[in-house]
Unconditional design. Structure first.
Length: 364
């Protein structure tokens, strides 16, 4: 495909550098696209269980994009086939299935694995946390990836950062919210560490897979929901059953997703194929940062003009209540979970050091 040519040329240099000593694979030999001479790769075909439908903007469609791109740049020697939620395993079971080896790899987010250890949430999003660029800086240069590798190795997983979103919306509500008291007793779908915050404010939270939210909201099983950014929420059609759309999503200043490889599957890949996965994920991250920023305002405008959605910005009272609740969650979880404290301390120290640059390097 023409649109991948530039990436193929770039990756050709990576291929040349790492191709020696390649092993692993299945049955069929394929000549590498990057070569001075005939370099042979074993053809590998993997099954990837997605937590998100391929029809969803950004977080679903880029799973499909990864599958197309990795096949293109590997000249067909590595195929990672995208499977819709439920085709292999339910959406929320994709990472556990990769851990057990019942699927090769999952396209998902660490927040869906936080039931095993709440500290995993830091590798997706943190209330009042870092923006996409700052989060990636902590992961790549502040020790975040090393902490993730250490924790996931205990669960038989190799996690490769592969997709990211802009700041998320705070949620969809059937009625206008004017005070913290209006939240009390509400049943709401919520994700990650933000759910702990909402629980403290009297909200009864539950985690639902993306494909299950619309029906739950439509039937009244839940009163409200948060999910993602406007372009994703639009493609999920939440505007049909709720009209009050709140910002900012202080629970998720960004949301990072990974490819979660079964560790034995990852180790069976050649160093060449491992590098292709990492570089292709870098390409997907870059595309999603640009696409994510470009597509949110048009999505908001369409929902306002065509579907009578009302955009709200939280009052200072409610934002302060969220922040107070988050600080309480940090103290409680740090006291009882050593992993949470370890990752939180690393994350917080990086952000404190970054602040000198962040406060002075950008216009305010």
């Amino acid at each position: 495909m023409q649109k991948f040519k530039w990436l193929a040329y770039l990756l050709s240099f990576v291929m040349t550098a790492v191709i020696s000593g390649c092993g692993g694979g299945d049955s069929e030999d394929v000549q590498s696209a990057a070569s001075d001479g005939p370099k042979v790769q074993k053809k590998v075909s993997l099954k990837m269980a997605s937590a998100f439908p391929g029809s969803l903007e950004l977080i679903g469609k880029n799973g499909l994009r990864f599958s197309e791109t990795i096949k293109e740049v590997s000249a067909g020697s590595l195929e990672v086939k995208f499977f819709e939620p439920g085709a292999l395993v339910p959406a929320l079971e994709a990472i556990p299935a990769a851990s057990k080896g019942s699927v090769d790899v999952a396209w998902s987010t660490s927040g869906f694995y936080a039931g095993n250890d709440l500290a995993f949430s830091f590798f997706t999003s943190v209330p009042f946390g870092a923006s996409a660029d700052e989060l990636l800086a902590w992961l790549q240069y502040g020790g975040g990836n090393e902490l993730a590798d250490e924790m996931y190795a205990e669960h038989n997983i190799r996690a490769v950062p592969c997709f990211i979103t802009p700041p998320e919306a705070s949620g969809w509500f059937r009625k206008e919210i004017n005070s913290v008291d209006d939240l009390k007793g509400m049943k709401m779908r919520f994700f990650g560490l933000g759910a702990k915050v909402m629980d403290k404010l009297g909200v009864a939270t539950q985690l639902l897979a993306g494909g299950d939210i619309f029906q739950a909201l439509q039937l009244g099983t839940i009163d409200a929901t948060e999910f993602s950014v406007p372009s994703v929420d639009e493609s999920a059609s939440f505007y049909q059953v709720a009209k009050h759309y709140y910002f900012p999503g202080c629970h998720q200043a960004t949301a990072l997703g990974h490819l979660f490889f079964n560790i034995d599957v990852w180790n069976s890949l050649s160093s060449h194929h491992q590098k292709l996965v990492e570089v292709t994920c870098g390409y997907i991250l870059k595309e999603m940062i640009a696409e994510g920023e470009a597509t949110q305002a048009p999505a908001m405008r369409r929902m306002m003009e065509k579907h009578d959605v009302k955009i709200h910005y939280w009052s200072d009272e409610i934002l302060n209540a969220y922040r107070t609740a988050w600080n309480e969650v940090v103290l409680e979880e740090s006291a009882k979970n050593p992993n949470f404290k370890k990752v939180h301390d690393s994350y917080t120290k990086f952000r404190e050091d970054y602040k000198l640059w962040g406060d002075n390097g950008y216009l305010r």
